[in-house]
Design a protein around this ligand. Structure first.
Ligand SMILES: Cc1cc2nc3c(=O)[nH]c(=O)nc-3n(C[C@H](O)[C@H](O)[C@H](O)COP(=O)(O)OP(=O)(O)OC[C@H]3O[C@@H](n4cnc5c(N)ncnc54)[C@H](O)[C@@H]3O)c2cc1C
Length: 516
């Protein structure tokens, strides 16, 4: 293996490469990115070292924002068939008593249920089908990347079987032990919070009555912190922290597993479909880009599972990276735009990691005195914390209301009387929503960006396109603005308090995208 760092002599030219983008790894993040790029017609090659898809579950939860990404891929209905809305997140004491309860049924901005449980192999099946529908995406299994060399305008990748492929860009979506990250010499910052947990997934046997276990329950038992919850309609997960004296090999023995599960289920009622000890970590890469090589998903960051945001954060990477690639690969923007990727994604994902560590520190506490104090404090707190929704770190108009925040997805009533989600009506791209009619100068600026980057604009309240409900208009009013410009990854680029500011907003977008 060689480390990519310095430019090397080019052996091919950029117009003779095998693919626009080589994605290394076909986990949920590699799949999402492949589907997003394929939907825009880019030539994508995916190399996955496994001989088939990963058939064991890991992630079990994603949020509304990710459902909106699935919506943009046209697979929201398929995903809804295999996923189940999450209802409540509970902290429990060792006897199962509720310490505090956080509802998960709040009105999420994306226009979907706030979050969902799912069984990862089923979700990967849906994503794989979306990828297979893209004629410009080629997925190769049994293809392990072992080397990367960077030319002037392309990257040369060597596979374990000696095969060589070339691409303009390479994305390492190859998981927490990323070979791509190592080959690029990208270091990680370790926040130091890690833990070994036994994870057991169980499928109830046919005819077994519904199990009385919480939707998501974190058990604050200092003797053995543990977790239980649904993975989807038909699966359940238990997790048990390994404490001093536990032997990881002994913990996964069937007798030990059933002994731990005894309070809830026995072998007559359920079938164990996965039992393993895994170590969660809290790490983030120094940078998510080195020249033509980028990182996404667990390759760029890994977090404790207490917020269920590991996979969601990786799919956010894919959503951001795909629109940046769209602009760069079509020649609309200078490749410098890709520098915005780390700046946009890293601060937000770091916030998710830090919050996961904060919650994990509470859950994993094995000091009985401190844990009892915490339980008392939590019981006496009646105020619910607001949903955790950190902004992105860059790629927006700093200082403007809502900039960098996740945008709402309103419902629109079309001319023929149908009610549609705005993304379905407008498509994936830069969208301008205005509550005021545009004048000639603003319309000209919109048309200019429509030609350059496919910007779409909608005047809400105009004849033909009314808002159903008040998600958008209430949100804009609350923040004192009349227009909002939304990025293709659903984050707010900027807002305007009056018509006169909209052309300035559009000019700022043009400059910040490095349009050529
Ligand atoms: C027990 C557990 C519970 C979790 N729970 C949640 C949860 O509730 N919600 C959530 O959002 N996240 C959760 N996560 C995290 C989640 O599983 C990961 O964030 C997610 O799977 C990462 O997706 P990925 O595509 O980045 O990486 P991976 O799923 O790890 O996929 C990487 C792929 O790259 C391939 N690969 C590796 N090296 C190479 C190479 N050299 N060449 C070619 N291919 C290669 C691998 O074979 C693999 O298929 C959990 C993780 C664990 C372990």
């Amino acid at each position: 293996m060689s480390i990519v760092d310095e430019p090397r002599a080019s052996t091919t030219t950029s117009d003779a490469v095998d693919a626009d983008v080589l994605i290394v790894g076909y986990g949920p993040v590699g799949q999402s990115l492949a589907a997003l790029l394929g939907a825009s017609g880019h030539h994508v090659l995916v190399c996955e070292r496994r001989v088939g898809r990963y058939e064991t579950p890991r992630a079990g939860h994603f949020d509304h924002e990710i459902m909106r990404v699935f919506q943009s891929l046209g697979i929201a209905d398929d995903v809804r068939r295999i996923a189940e809305p999450a209802r409540v997140y509970e902290f429990l004491d060792a006897d199962g008593g509720v310490i505090s309860r956080l509802p998960r049924e709040w009105a999420a901005p994306s226009g979907w249920d706030a979050s969902y449980h799912f069984y990862q192999p089923e979700l990967e099946g849906v994503l794989d089908a979306a990828v297979r529908r893209c004629s410009t995406v080629d997925v190769r299994f049994g293809a392990e990347l072992v080397d990367l060399r960077q030319g002037d305008n392309h990257v040369v990748a060597t596979l374990a079987d000696g095969g060589v492929v070339t691409a303009r860009y390479v994305v390492g979506a190859d998981g927490v032990n990323s070979a791509v990250r190592a080959l690029c010499g990208i270091r990680t910052d370790d926040l130091g919070f890690r833990g070994d947990w036994l994870v057991v997934d169980v499928r109830p046997r046919p005819g077994v009555p519904a199990l009385d276990i919480p939707d998501t329950g974190q058990v604050l038992d200092p003797a053995r912190p543990n977790h239980m919850g649904r993975v989807a309609q038909r699966y359940f997960r238990w997790e048990f922290m390994l404490v001093e004296g536990d032997d990881p090999t002994e913990m996964v023995e069937p007798e030990r597993v059933w002994e731990l599960l005894k309070p809830w289920i026995g072998p007559q009622e359920g079938e164990v479909i996965r039992r393993t000890v895994y170590q969660f970590r809290s790490v983030v890469a120094d940078t998510f880009r080195r020249r033509s090589v980028l990182l996404a998903g667990d390759a760029a960051h890994a977090m404790p599972p207490f917020l269920g945001q590991g996979m969601s954060s990786g799919i956010r990477d894919a959503a951001t990276l795909s629109w940046m690639f769209d602009l760069v690969l079509t020649g609309a923007a200078d490749p410098k735009l890709l520098d915005l990727y780390t700046a946009s994604r890293k601060p937000q994902v770091t916030a998710y990691i830090e919050e996961s560590v904060r919650v994990g520190t509470v859950v994993c506490d094995t000091d009985p005195v401190r844990a009892a104090q915490r339980r008392d404090e939590m019981r006496s707190t009646t105020e619910l914390p607001p949903p955790f929704q950190p902004p992105v770190g860059a790629g927006f108009q700093d200082g403007q209301p809502l900039a960098g925040r996740l945008a709402v997805q309103p419902l629109l009533r079309t001319g023929d009387g149908k009610t549609v989600r705005s993304d379905d009506e407008l498509g994936r791209g830069f969208n301008l929503f205005s509550m005021v009619e545009l004048d000639a100068a603003t319309t000209a600026a919109v048309s200019d960006l429509e030609r350059a980057i496919g910007l779409r604009s909608v005047v809400v309240g105009a004849e033909g396109l009314q808002e159903e409900g008040g998600a958008l208009s209430d949100w804009l009013k609350e923040h004192g603005v009349v227009a909002v410009l939304v990025r293709p990854d659903f984050y707010v680029f900027g807002t305007a308090t009056g018509l006169s500011e909209i052309t300035g907003l559009l000019a700022s977008l043009r400059a910040s995208l490095w349009l050529v």
